[in-house]
Design a protein around this ligand. Structure first.
Ligand SMILES: Cc1ncc(COP(=O)(O)O)c(C=O)c1O
Length: 390
């Protein structure tokens, strides 16, 4: 009944839920460390954003907006980008229904059948799935665990060819929590410039930084085609509101802009109340983000300590985002590890191979409270000890 283009599409983060539902139905309590939704834990969107939605409702802002997005929001994005050293105008900004829609639009606009897309390994799996959906080949470049999960630029160079449609960068990174240094970004965009292909720079976690400074890729070069991507889901703690935005800089002509505008028109507009919230969010983020980061930092520190104390686990310290990607000593596959852990302890994580990575890892969020994280690590520790004694 479905078109064959769906056959190769997999999405590991959501795939594990089937087994989790089955286990939960047996009456087992689950500790859900699998999904990057802060609102499933003790986080909520800031009052400033919630108020903006309420006010927009009262003012009956219930009609369509401009397909490209409310002009005022695009102007706020311009101001925000400027604070990151990225110079653009409101014409360069497109508002989307979350970054997911932007990823679909950019793939529809850039990926030809038989072209390839260079994705970090490990990656946020939606990029891989959407590339397959558009008949492209997801091609992975290594990120090196021993070097803080930074991209291996030599490998990136080897994987690129004349059929490369774009290079994807996720910084801060999901699933590893890595924050890329300026030097690494410069090497990558120098290469993209040589090759003449766009870089899609996913910066949806750029304010959730614990150490160091986030450098926006587009701030490094204005003459390399770069799409900077951001949205409400992570920095603004409102993933359910489905609002994102992309900024195009350094493109030699307007063809991608025209293509994206066409796709924006096809779906009329992004949700309007949420665009109002995004305006309030961009105006106020500096006043509230610190509290969120401090809360996450404590949980990150606890995670790293517990992980590195447990025999069989090691974890590179996440510098940003709310994910960690511990490596496991385990005789089977990492998928088997996650399934057995789930069935025996109720701790729900996602296998690292589902993110296209090498080796054996799992991804977990450090969004839960300290007491829930402690409980999860006690269970993981007990599980690994029991397996070793078999
Ligand atoms: C790196 C990355 N990009 C994009 C998305 C999707 O964002 P949105 O909720 O705005 O569709 C996610 C969601 O987890 C993500 O981690």
């Amino acid at each position: 009944m479905t078109a064959s283009r769906l056959n190769g599409v997999r999405y590991a983060i959501r795939d594990v839920l089937k087994e989790a539902k089955r286990v939960e139905a047996t009456g087992k309590k689950l500790i859900k460390l699998n999904i990057g939704d802060p609102n499933a834990f003790d986080f909520d969107a800031p009052e400033e954003l919630r108020k903006a939605i309420r006010e927009a409702t009262e003012l009956k802002e219930n009609g369509y907006s401009d397909s490209q997005g409310l002009l005022l929001l695009r102007e706020k994005v311009v101001e925000y980008n400027k604070t990151k050293g990225v110079h653009c105008t409101a014409e360069d900004v497109f508002v989307t229904t979350g970054l997911s829609e932007a990823i679909h639009m950019l793939s529809a606009a850039l990926v030809e059948p038989a072209s390839n897309v260079l994705l970090p390994a490990p990656t946020y799996p939606q990029y891989q799935a959407v590339t397959v959906l558009h008949d492209g080949e997801p091609r992975f470049y290594d990120c090196l665990e021993g070097e803080g999960w930074f991209p291996d630029v030599d490998d990136l160079r080897k994987k690129a060819d004349e059929k490369t449609a774009f290079i994807s960068l996720i910084n801060p990174n999901n699933p590893t929590g890595a924050l890329y240094p300026r030097k690494k970004l410069k090497e990558i965009i120098d290469f993209a410039g040589e090759l003449g292909v766009p870089v899609l720079s996913d910066e949806v976690y750029d304010r959730l930084v614990f150490e160091g400074e986030h450098v926006s890729t587009a701030s490094i070069a204005s003459d390399v085609p770069i799409v900077t991507m951001n949205g409400l889901s992570k920095n603004f703690f409102a993933p359910g509101w489905r609002c994102g935005w992309i900024t195009l800089t350094g493109f030699p002509d307007d063809s991608l802009k025209e293509g994206i505008l066409k796709l924006c028109s096809l779906r009329l507009c992004a949700p309007v109340l949420e665009q109002r919230a995004a305006i309030a969010g961009l105006e106020t983020i500096d006043s509230w983000i610190g509290g969120y980061v401090e809360k996450l930092r404590k949980r990150r520190d606890l995670l790293v300590k517990r992980c590195n104390e447990i025999n069989g686990l090691t974890c590179v310290k996440p510098k940003a985002s709310f994910y960690a990607f511990p490596s496991i000593e385990w005789s089977g596959s990492d998928e088997e590890f996650c399934l057995e852990l789930l069935r025996e302890t109720g701790v729900l994580t996602v296998h690292g191979s589902g993110f296209g990575g090498k080796g054996k890892h799992f991804r977990m969020v450090f969004l839960p409270s300290e007491s829930v994280l402690e409980e999860a690590f006690d269970l993981i520790d007990g599980f690994l000890k029991a397996k070793r004694s078999l």
